[in-house]
Design a protein around this ligand. Structure first.
Ligand code: C2E
Ligand code: CA
Ligand code: CA
Length: 796
C-alpha cells in the first residue's frame, strides 16, 4: 500500500487508495470554513479517517467538535505537539482517539498507521456487508423462516413467514410459538427434542398441502424454525411409491434402460416372460433378448422413431433365456428424469404368442375349408375380385371353372360322412396336382369346387385343363376297401367375354355347370348366352316361395337344446321345412341361400318369426311349468340390417304376450362383421328389450376378439364342423377349448352344435361347454312331436 500525503493539509478532503480521509487543518484561516461545513446538519459525510492537526490550544474547541462528529464512525489520528496526557486534559473525549503523533511528524509512522488502520476498516466493512447480505438472504428466502427465544417468544420472522402466519411487525418480541403454531407440536417438545438431537424435523398436512419444518438451536438462546412447502415433492414421492408397486406387480413386462442401452431395472413380469432373473440382466443390454429374426432396417427404423418421436411401438420377436423365440407387443418411450436431467428408455411388453396362435388359427379357419385345407368361399370371392382388377388393368383374361362332383350326395348318404370326407380329400389332392401353381383353387362347400385359371387368352388351354380335371377324377378312388367311380361337371366362364364382374362371372360359370349336369354330367362346358335362361331356376324358386308363403307350405321343426351341466332341456332351435307340392319335404339348405339373396327374404323372415312366436304360445300352454324355455330363431343377414327390424320383433312378441327373453336370435358372425358398427347398435337395442343373441356357426368366420367384447352377446354356437371331428382331431379340440375359454372371459354361454354321440357329450361337458344340440338328443321334429319328446325326456 502506498500513500503519498501531498502538500499536507493543502486540501480538506483527500482520497487515499479508496479511503476517504478528512484532513482537518486547524490553522485559523481554513479552519473556519471547515467548521461551517461540519456544523451544517445536512452535510454529514462519513469518513474513514480523520486526520487532525492540533497545534495550538485555541484549536481545542474545534477539535472537540470534530471528535464529537466523527469519533464514532471514523478513525481519528491527531498530529500535535502535545502529549497524550496533555491532550486528555484539553479534550475530554480523547479516549476515542486512535493515534497521536507528536510533531515533528514522521511520514513513515503516518504511513504505517494508515496501513494498519485501513486493514481494520476493511475488516469492519466486510462484517457489515456480510451481515446485511445474510439478513437479505434470510429475508428473501422462499422458506418460512422464524427465530424464537428459548422462552418461545418470536424474535425474528422473514417476510414469507409473516405473510403466511399473518404476523405484524408489532407481534415480534411479544407473540409466542404456541400462539401462532399450525400443528400440534408444543414448543417444549421441540426444546426437549433439541436436547437429544441437533435438528428436529416434522412433516404435516394442512388443507391438502404438505409442509416440512426444521428446528435447530443457535447461539444457545434461539430456536430457528425453517418451514417449507413440500406438497409437490410429497406428491412425486407418493407417485413414485405407487409407480414402484405398479412397476413390480404389473402383468406387463417392464424394463428401464439408460441411453447407452444399459438395463437399469426390470420387473417380475419381465423375468417371468424372458426367463432371466433380475441379476442376470441388470447392467447388460437388451441385446441378450435378440432373436435374430429382424434385419438391420427393422432396428434402424425403431431407433429412428425413438430419436424423432420419442417412442416406438410394434410387434417384435425376442428370445427367452431357454432359447425359445416368441412374439411380443412392445412399446418403448423416452423419458427424462426431472431430478437427474437424464434420459431413459422405458419398455413395456406383453408376450403375445398365445394371442398370435389363436389369431393364426382363427385366420386360417376364416379363410380355409377345415376339411381339405383349400381356400373357402370368402377367400375365393376376395381372390376373384383382386384377380379381376389386375386383369382389367393389364388387359388380361382369366377363366373361372365351377366344379361339382356328380352323385357325391349318394356316397355320403350310403357310406356316411367319414367316407364322404375321405373321398373329398382324395378329390382335392387330385385337383391340386392337376392345376398350375398360378391357378387358385377353393372349396365352396359340399361337393363344389372352383378354380381361377390364368392365361385364358388361350381358350384351348383352358379346355385342355378342364378335360384333364375330368380325367383325373374319373380314376377309381379306393377308401376302406370300397372303390368309388365318380365324375365331375365343370362350367367355365371367361373374363371379360362372359362377364365383366365377379357376380356375373360366378353366375355364368354356375349356369354352365348346371348345363353340364342337365346334359348327363361328366364333362365341361363354356358359358353360352342361352344358359342365362337357366338362371331362371332361381327366379322360379323365388316365385314359388311367394306361393309357398301364401299357401302356408312352411313348417318349423324343433330341435332341443340341452344344458350340459344338469341335462335339462332349456330350449329349442326352430328350423324351417318346406312341404313343396311337387318335391315333397324340402330341407332349408337347398332353398335358404336362394331366399336369402332374393327380395322376399323380409316376408320369409317375418313368416318364420311369427310361426316361432305362435309355437311358443302353444308350448307355454301345454307345458306351463317350464317358464324358462326359449326358442331360437335363425335370422338372415338382410333381415338383421333392415330398418325397424327390432321394432317389428318387439311388436309381434307383444301381440302374443311373449316376453322377448323367451326368444333367442341366431346370427351368422361372418355377416355381422361386415358392418360391426351398425351391428353393435342393433345388438344393444335388442338386449335392452331382453332378446337373447347367439352367434351361429362360430369359428367359421373371422372371429375378431375385440368386436366380441363390444357386442352384447349371450351365446357362441360352435360350428358343427369342429364338433364333428373333435374326438380325432386335436386341432379342432383346441379350437373348441379356445372358444369355451373366450366365452368364459366375455361372459357368454358356449353351445355345441352337431353333438351326435355320447363321447362328444362327455368330452364337451368336461371341457366346460354350457349347452349342446344334436342328433344324440333328437333330430329336428314338428312341434307336436317335440312336445311329446319333451315330456318323455323329462319323465325318463
Ligand atoms: P344351422 O342354423 O346351423 O342349423 C343346424 C343344422 O344342423 C340344421 O340343419 C340341423 O338339422 C343340423 N343338425 C342338427 N344336429 C345335427 C347333428 O347332430 N348332426 C348333423 N350332421 N346335423 C345336425 P337344417 O335344419 O337342414 O338347417 C340348415 C341351415 O338352414 C341352418 O343351419 C340355418 O342356417 C338355415 N335355416 C334353417 N331354418 C332357417 C330359418 O328359419 N331361417 C333362416 N334364415 N335360415 C334357416
Ligand atoms: Ca342356427
Ligand atoms: Ca349353426
Amino acid at each position: 500500500m502506498k500513500y503519498t500525503l501531498l502538500g499536507l493539509f493543502a486540501d480538506k478532503v483527500a482520497t487515499l487508495d479508496g479511503y476517504s480521509v478528512l484532513l482537518a487543518p486547524l490553522a485559523a484561516q481554513t479552519g473556519k470554513h471547515l467548521f461551517d461545513d461540519i456544523s451544517d446538519s445536512h452535510f454529514l459525510p462519513s469518513y474513514d479517517i480523520v486526520l487532525i492537526d492540533f497545534s495550538t490550544k485555541s484549536d481545542a474547541v474545534f477539535v472537540r467538535m470534530v471528535l464529537e462528529r466523527f469519533a464514532e464512525t471514523a478513525k481519528i489520528f491527531i498530529i500535535s505537539p502535545y502529549s497524550s496526557s496533555d491532550l486528555a486534559k484539553l479534550i475530554p473525549i480523547s479516549k476515542n482517539i486512535d493515534a497521536v503523533m507528536q510533531k515533528p511528524l514522521s511520514l513513515e509512522r503516518l504511513k504505517t498507521l494508515f496501513v494498519n488502520h485501513t486493514r481494520i476498516i476493511d475488516r469492519q466493512r466486510m462484517v457489515v456487508e456480510k451481515t446485511e447480505l445474510f439478513s437479505e438472504i434470510v429475508e428473501l428466502n422462499p422458506s418460512f423462516i422464524s427465530v424464537f427465544s428459548r422462552e418461545g417468544v418470536l424474535f425474528y420472522a422473514n417476510t414469507n413467514f409473516m405473510k403466511a402466519f399473518s404476523i405484524n411487525a408489532e407481534d415480534i418480541d411479544t407473540i409466542t410459538f404456541n400462539e401462532i403454531k399450525r400443528c400440534d407440536l408444543s414448543f417444549k417438545l421441540i426444546l426437549d427434542s433439541l436436547q437429544i438431537q441437533p435438528m428436529y424435523i416434522v412433516q404435516r398436512e394442512d388443507n391438502g398441502k404438505w409442509y416440512e419444518s426444521h428446528f435447530y438451536a443457535i447461539l444457545d438462546h434461539y430456536v430457528v424454525h425453517v418451514c417449507d412447502n413440500i406438497t409437490e415433492a410429497k406428491y412425486k414421492e407418493q407417485q413414485l411409491e405407487q409407480a414402484a408397486v405398479f412397476f413390480e406387480q404389473s402383468n406387463e413386462a417392464l424394463m428401464i434402460a439408460d441411453t447407452n442401452g444399459k438395463i437399469l431395472s426390470v420387473n417380475a413380469a419381465f423375468c417371468r416372460i424372458t426367463g432371466y432373473p433380475k441379476d442376470e440382466v441388470i447392467g447388460r443390454t437388451p441385446h441378450i433378448l435378440y432373436s435374430g429374426m429382424h434385419d438391420k432396417a427393422f432396428y434402424e427404423n425403431m431407433w429412428g422413431s425413438l430419436v424423432h418421436n420419442g417412442s416406438w411401438q410394434g410387434e417384435i420377436w425376442n428370445r427367452r433365456k431357454n432359447g425359445e423365440v416368441y412374439p411380443e407387443w412392445l412399446s418403448i418411450s423416452k423419458a427424462t428424469s426431472a431430478r437427474y436431467n437424464e434420459d431413459f428408455y422405458i419398455s413395456v411388453f406383453t408376450d403375445i404368442s398365445s394371442i398370435k396362435e389363436t389369431d393364426r388359427k382363427l385366420y386360417f379357419y376364416a379363410n380355409h375349408d377345415p376339411l381339405t385345407g383349400l381356400a373357402n368361399r370368402v377367400n375365393f370371392e376376395s381372390q376373384l375380385k383382386k384377380q379381376l382388377e389386375i386383369c382389367k388393368r393389364r388387359d388380361l383374361q382369366i377363366a373361372l371353372l365351377f366344379l361339382d362332383l356328380d352323385k357325391f350326395k349318394e356316397i355320403n348318404d350310403t357310406y356316411g360322412h367319414t367316407i364322404g370326407d375321405a373321398v373329398l380329400k382324395t378329390v382335392t389332392k387330385r385337383l391340386t396336382s392337376s392345376v398350375r401353381s398360378e391357378d387358385f383353387i377353393a372349396r365352396l362347400g359340399g361337393d363344389e369346387f372352383v378354380i381361377i385359371a390364368a392365361g385364358a387368352e388361350n381358350t384351348e388351354g383352358i379346355l385342355i385343363l378342364a378335360r384333364k380335371l375330368n380325367d383325373v377324377i374319373k380314376e377309381p378312388i379306393t377308401i376302406d376297401k370300397h372303390v368309388f367311380f365318380i365324375s365331375l361337371s365343370i362350367g367355365i366362364a371367361i373374363y371379360p367375354e362372359h362377364g365383366a364382374n365377379t357376380e356375373d362371372l360366378i353366375k355364368h360359370a354356375d349356369a354352365a355347370m348346371y348345363e353340364v349336369k342337365e346334359s348327363g354330367r361328366n364333362g365341361f362346358m363354356l358359358y353360352d348366352e342361352r344358359f342365362g335362361q337357366k338362371i331362371s331356376f332361381r327366379i322360379q324358386t323365388q316365385n314359388e316361395l311367394i306361393r309357398g308363403i301364401n299357401n302356408d307350405e312352411f313348417e318349423l321343426y324343433y330341435q332341443p337344446v340341452i344344458n350340459l351341466q344338469n341335462g335339462k332341456v332349456i330350449g329349442a332351435e326352430a328350423l324351417i321345412r318346406w312341404h313343396h307340392p311337387n318335391n315333397g319335404l324340402v330341407f332349408p339348405n337347398s332353398f335358404i341361400p336362394i331366399v336369402e339373396e332374393g327380395e322376399y327374404i323380409h316376408e320369409f323372415g317375418k313368416m318364420v318369426y311369427l310361426k316361432a312366436i305362435q309355437d311358443l304360445v302353444s308350448f307355454h300352454q301345454q307345458i306351463p311349468t317350464d317358464k324358462a324355455f326359449h326358442v331360437s330363431v335363425n335370422i338372415a343377414p338382410k333381415q338383421f340390417f333392415e330398418t325397424d327390424f327390432v321394432k317389428n320383433l318387439v311388436l309381434t312378441a307383444q301381440d302374443f304376450g311373449i316376453h322377448p327373453s323367451a326368444i333367442e336370435l341366431e346370427l351368422l358372425e361372418t355377416q355381422i362383421m361386415k358392418s360391426p358398427q351398425v351391428a353393435q347398435d342393433v345388438f344393444s337395442e335388442l338386449s335392452q328389450h331382453g332378446f337373447k343373441i347367439a352367434l351361429d356357426d362360430f369359428g367359421k368366420g373371422y372371429s375378431s376378439l375385440s368386436y366380441l367384447k363390444l357386442f352384447k352377446l349371450n351365446k357362441l354356437k360352435i360350428d358343427q364342423s369342429f364338433v364333428r371331428d373333435m374326438l380325432d382331431d386335436n386341432n379342432d379340440k383346441e379350437i373348441i377349448q379356445t372358444i369355451i375359454s373366450m366365452g368364459k372371459i366375455f361372459g357368454m354361454n358356449v353351445h355345441a352344435e352337431g353333438v351326435e354321440t355320447k363321447a362328444h357329450e362327455i368330452l364337451l361337458k368336461e371341457m366346460g361347454c354350457d349347452c349342446a344340440q344334436g342328433y344324440l338328443y333328437s333330430r329336428p321334429i314338428p312341434l307336436g312331436e317335440f312336445l311329446q319328446w319333451y315330456r318323455e325326456y323329462h319323465s325318463a
